[in-house]
Design a protein around this ligand. Structure first.
Ligand code: GLC
Length: 534
């Protein structure tokens, strides 16, 4: 597969777009989004102005965690297409100068993966040691107090061998043993396979979780329980000292980095730690990951100083190696989190504007560009294992996974089937993609304008942004000749601008161009100092 002629570190100026494949577009009428559907909509992504797309897992999977339980890393799930479809998608994307990132899930496999099947069948098989097995505790119970992200113990007994295996997610997702060199070698092969097919990088699932404490010590009970989105109470009861983010984890990626650098491919980690210094360890060295996602904005409240605190530390620690996101397939959408309705949509664009100006790579999650809100689903529609297994509907992630409303009418342009895998929902406030494309006052056009304005900015350095003190409710930072300011308050306010000839390059709430008098409530601007540009 032909590669694009890439400049080195192409992601420095790029904008990413996350595609939750099952919910993006269905090309074969079975009610499930697929690779063919992605290919049909690539023009749209180019039109918005994104540079790279990240495809959530499309590999063969029994589907207990909708693709994050992989039974074959080097193939395509029959429900989502074929390897031929994948190749066509990459070729078409590259024609449009769009890069393609695939999701790599190294922490666990499906229990139906041939490695785990071999491990179960014979405890003397070398693949037994691909996973983490322990004898029961003296009382016959699990070897330690670890719990699964999805609730319940992190250990399941294999009645045949009498040993427990570890799974930090579902029992159908056994954790791999990253202390075993054979596992490391197997993943290098997987990376080579996809690089040879022309992919431009990898999003690495729970990149901070691979190594576990050698002695498997008990986790301390949390001093303060903080409920994080997409997690259940069981998980939040503990301080995760021994089951994730161990000292040696970042250096596991050294051989991956060598492979990626050779192909100018990107390694982007899902490092869900909410601690800037610990997160930055994964990108600090030139043999680590290139970028890490930062999830602070997913837990931030609508408050200028809290938001600044969340962005400032990681921007400093991460030194341009941060991927910014306001939402993803694991939690509530920003338009809903920040108040719902038109206000929530307005605020979601303010947040994305703030993220888009920071050093690093901003990512849009499918549907956020049309201001989609969380889907309203009844408990009997629940598909997400968190909701189904733990009986905690409130924690379910389905709300952000409803199919994209491409146009009005039956199937919403998503599918020709009479039912989609998750209900299609009512017409979205603000209109379908088709309606918004026809209306240059729509959310879609605003996001597009922002991305186009971002492209036309002067080249900026990766160094930490300089924050400029502002009156209450306002927030502003500067990167040389570019300044981003936001008003999170309810009243219009004038921002404090440093000396210069500041002109509006993008406004979330009004026409662009010209100087700025005041920032409307819940609005943001990107400004350029014409005086400092030759
Ligand atoms: C990541 C994914 C999530 C998945 C989990 C286990 O957090 O984003 O969807 O359930 O990993 O693979």
């Amino acid at each position: 597969m032909a590669r694009l002629a890439f400049p080195r570190r192409w992601w420095r100026d790029a904008v990413g777009y996350q595609i939750y494949v099952r919910s993006f577009a269905d090309s074969d009428g079975d009610g499930i989004g697929d690779l063919g559907g992605v290919r049909q909509h690539l023009d749209h992504l180019g039109w918005i102005g994104v540079d790279a797309l990240w495809l959530t897992p499309f590999y063969p999977s029994p589907g207990h965690d909708h693709g994050y339980d992989i039974s074959d890393h080097c193939a395509v799930d029959a429900a989502l297409g074929t390897l031929g479809d994948f190749d066509e998608l990459v070729a078409r994307a590259h024609d449009l100068r769009l890069r393609v990132l695939v999701d790599i899930v190294p922490n666990h496999t499906s229990n139906e993966h041939r490695w785990f099947q071999a491990a179960l069948a014979d405890s003397g098989d070398p693949r037994r040691d691909y996973y983490i097995w322990r004898d029961p505790a003296p009382d016959g119970g699990p070897p330690n107090n670890w719990v699964s992200n999805f609730g319940g113990p992190a250990w399941t007994l294999d009645p045949v061998s009498g040993q427990y295996y570890l799974h930090l997610f579902l029992p159908e997702q056994p954790d791999l043993n990253w202390r075993n060199p054979a596992v490391r070698a197997a993943f290098e092969e997987i990376l080579r396979f996809w690089l040879a097919r022309g992919v431009d990088g990898f999003r690495i699932d729970v990149a901070h979780m691979l190594l576990k404490d050698r002695e498997l010590r008990d986790n301390p009970v949390a001093a303060r329980v903080v409920r994080e989105p997409g997690t259940v109470d069981d998980w939040n009861r503990f301080e995760h000292r021994h089951d994730l983010d161990q000292t040696g984890t970042p250096s596991l990626y050294r051989p991956w980095r060598a492979l990626a650098d050779e192909a100018h491919a990107l390694l982007l980690g899902e490092v869900y730690l909410l601690d800037a210094a610990r997160t930055a360890r994964y990108v600090r060295h030139d043999d680590g990951l290139h970028l890490t996602f930062w999830f602070g904005p997913l837990v931030a409240s609508w408050n200028a100083s809290a938001l600044r605190a969340s962005l400032e530390t990681i921007a400093q620690e991460g030194r341009g190696r941060v991927a910014w996101t306001a939402g993803n397939h694991d939690g509530s959408r920003p338009a809903t989190r920040f108040g719902g309705g038109a206000l929530g949509q307005r605020r979601a664009l303010v947040l994305f504007t703030l993220l888009a100006g920071l050093p690093g790579m901003p990512f849009l999650y499918q549907g956020d560009e049309i201001g989609l809100q969380d889907a309203e689903l009844s408990p009997q529609d629940a598909q997400d294992p968190i909701a189904v297994r733990a009986g905690e509907h409130a924690a379910g992630r389905d709300v952000a996974r409803a199919p994209i409303p491409w146009r009005s009418g039956p199937g919403s342009g998503f599918t020709t089937a009479s039912r989609a895998w998750l209900p299609l929902g009512d017409a979205p406030a603000g209109g379908t993609v088709e309606e918004q494309r026809a209306d240059d006052g729509s959310w879609l056009w605003r996001y597009r304008e922002l991305l186009h304005a971002r492209r036309s900015l002067p080249e900026l350095e990766d160094g930490a942004p300089q924050w400029i003190e502002q009156p209450a409710d306002l927030l502003a930072y500067r990167r040389g000749p570019v300044l981003v300011a936001a008003n999170l308050g309810e009243q219009p306010r004038e921002p404090e601008l440093p000396p210069g000839r500041w002109q509006v390059a993008f406004s979330s709430s009004r026409a662009t161009g010209g100087p700025l008098d005041a920032l409307e409530h819940d609005s943001a601007v990107v400004m350029v100092d014409r005086a400092s540009i030759p």
